[in-house]
Write a protein that binds this ligand. Structure first.
Ligand SMILES: O=C(O)C[C@H]1C=CC(=O)O1
Length: 96
């Protein structure tokens, strides 16, 4: 199942720089591991903001929840999720 996920990050102003750097490093490793597994199909920066739009390919809602809630930045994110299905005019046979 494909989901569009939008994540907007707001880090508290009083968080120490070394803590932020550690969270961001763990977030990057986590995100890249999910991409390598094919779970996180697309990851795009929304220009001009600390936000991204992503496409996740997961078995079900429960797996999406598990993966997203495991993000090191999860406590500092506003997240919006939309389920996707194949568009009848799409030429991409693997969009499902
Ligand atoms: O930078 C972001 O958009 C937040 C988050 C998503 C992937 C990642 O590495 O960080």
């Amino acid at each position: 199942m494909l989901f569009k996920v939008e994540m907007k990050v707001t880090i508290p102003h009083d968080m120490p720089a070394d803590v932020i750097a550690d969270i961001k490093a763990r977030e990057k490793a986590y995100a890249q591991a999910l991409q390598a597994r094919g779970k996180w199909r697309h990851l795009w920066r929304i220009a001009g903001s600390y936000a991204n739009v992503s496409i996740f390919d997961v078995a079900d809602n429960a797996e999406l929840q598990e993966l997203i809630s495991g993000l090191p930045l999860f406590p500092y994110m506003d997240i919006g999720v939309a389920p996707l299905c194949r568009h009848p005019s799409s030429i991409h046979e693997d969009d499902r």
